[in-house]
Design a protein. Structure first.
Length: 124
């Protein structure tokens, strides 16, 4: 019998942080964030972000839906002036076209799924 247990990590596994998948800084909405992108069918993408410092993102909207889950820390979404804290283990769905911004605490890690092309990789 194999027993499974949860492990607390402070970073995504190395294979998820492969340099070839690193998001270009010009595609980051939040200062001090490190992100990696993976492409899916139909132009969708998944992003894995680690925020090294407490920061805020500017208000923006997408032409596609966004789903996010906080893995560690807290990301406070701001939608229509409402502050929505999303803590570790919680998720949130942002429909296409909804303007949103956010505030993130240092050390927060999030996973996002986008119904369209969100970010480009670093170019060598």
């Amino acid at each position: 019998n194999v027993q499974h247990c949860s492990v607390t990590m402070d970073n995504f596994p190395e294979f998820m942080r492969h340099p070839a998948n690193r998001i270009a800084k010009t595609n980051q909405a939040t200062p001090g964030v490190e992100g990696y992108i993976f492409d899916g069918a139909g132009g969708s993408q998944m992003a894995f972000w680690t925020c090294r410092e407490t920061a805020a993102s500017a208000t923006h909207a997408h032409d596609y839906d966004e789903y996010m889950i906080v893995v560690q820390g807290c990301y406070t979404l701001i939608i229509n002036g409402e502050r929505i804290p999303v803590n570790a283990g919680e998720e949130y769905f942002i429909p296409r076209g909804v303007p949103h911004s956010g505030e993130v605490l240092a050390g927060t890690r999030t996973i996002h799924a986008f119904g369209g092309h969100r970010a480009d990789r670093v170019r060598d």
